[in-house]
Design a protein around this ligand. Structure first.
Ligand SMILES: Nc1ncnc2c1ncn2[C@@H]1O[C@H](COP(=O)(O)OP(=O)(O)OP(=O)(O)O)[C@@H](O)[C@H]1O
Length: 281
């Protein structure tokens, strides 16, 4: 059996959209190990979505090498992994959940949540489906057209995460979630990467609740990778003192970074909403 060393391997990737002069990604090289969570950080237009879409096979890479689970994401082979030695059963190579996916038509139709989930294989992944519905507090009797945006997004996330994947490519799809749902989703993804062979790559602009989450952070600007941090080794949170105000960042020698403790409202919002929802955990 071939051993696939990395969840994702990219070498010298340059990608230019048809009709564009400037490349959206330039000389990108990265290796993402198994059982890790990677954050991709960068401003609007930096190239995060392009990177995730290339990894999911939505765009064809012509310059450079991309492998996801040891396969070219554009190859038909990478659509589905056979159920052979896998302890976790039916697994797909990658799942991409991004902006276009958020706008799927079905979520606004007059259809029951149970019917919708059964139509995409709930019975086949019943245990996983039950866990996801529990985590995201889905009522199977809900009807899609009567739900709030956040409730619709939660159902969508159950749909998107129902089938296990080797690599999850998450392109900020948590904006509509309340802090409890987002925190539980992040915990679920952490648990997944700790308990089976998989990795998560997450591009986001929302940093609340992420202090204990990533293993690696990639910083991307104008299509180039500027920084790569081994989060546990390179980043520390320090107590504020007179010299630093909350949230100050100090770039030390090498790639070591100190961040003075941040006064985030996230824990308070989480506590309030837990109280609102009678959750004692
Ligand atoms: N379909 C497309 N056709 C042509 N150019 C595109 C296309 N999609 C993105 N681009 C360009 O590629 C560059 C990178 O865009 P990308 O969507 O990857 O950025 P991003 O980092 O995900 O930004 P955001 O934080 O706003 O989502 C931008 O300059 C953008 O204008």
């Amino acid at each position: 059996m071939t051993v696939i060393s990395y969840a994702v391997e990219i070498e010298d990737l340059t990608y230019t959209f048809p009709g564009k002069k400037e490349a959206a990604l330039k000389d990108v090289t990265m290796q993402i190990p198994w059982n890790t969570r990677t954050l991709v950080i960068g401003s609007n237009g930096a190239g995060k979505s392009t990177l995730l879409k290339l990894l999911s096979g939505k765009h064809l890479c012509l310059n450079g090498k991309i492998q996801v689970n040891g396969l070219d994401p554009f190859s038909p082979l990478s659509m589905h992994l056979p159920n052979n030695d896998e302890a976790d059963g039916d697994v797909q190579v990658s799942t991409y959940l991004g902006t276009e996916w958020c706008h799927m038509n079905i979520i606004n139709r007059d259809i029951g949540v149970l019917e919708l989930l059964e139509s995409i294989g709930l019975k086949h992944f019943q245990k996983r489906g039950d866990l996801l519905c529990d985590i995201l507090e889905i009522d199977l009797e809900w009807r899609m057209h009567q739900l709030s945006d956040g409730q619709k997004r939660r159902v969508q996330l159950v749909m998107g995460l129902l089938k296990p994947w080797r690599v999850l490519l998450l392109d900020e799809v948590t904006v509509d979630l309340d802090v409890i749902a987002r925190s539980r989703l992040l915990d679920f993804l952490k648990m997944e990467t700790e308990t089976r062979k998989c990795s998560v790559v997450y591009a986001t602009h929302i940093f609340d609740g992420l202090a204990q989450w990533p293993d690696n952070i990639y910083h991307i600007k104008d299509g180039r990778l500027l920084d790569k941090l081994d989060y546990k080794k390179d980043v520390e949170f320090t107590i504020s003192n007179e010299k630093y105000t909350n949230g100050d960042v100090t770039f030390n020698k090498g790639s070591h970074i100190s961040i003075s403790k941040v006064n985030s409202l996230h824990p308070l919002a989480l506590a309030w909403l837990k109280r609102d929802n009678n959750i004692n955990e």
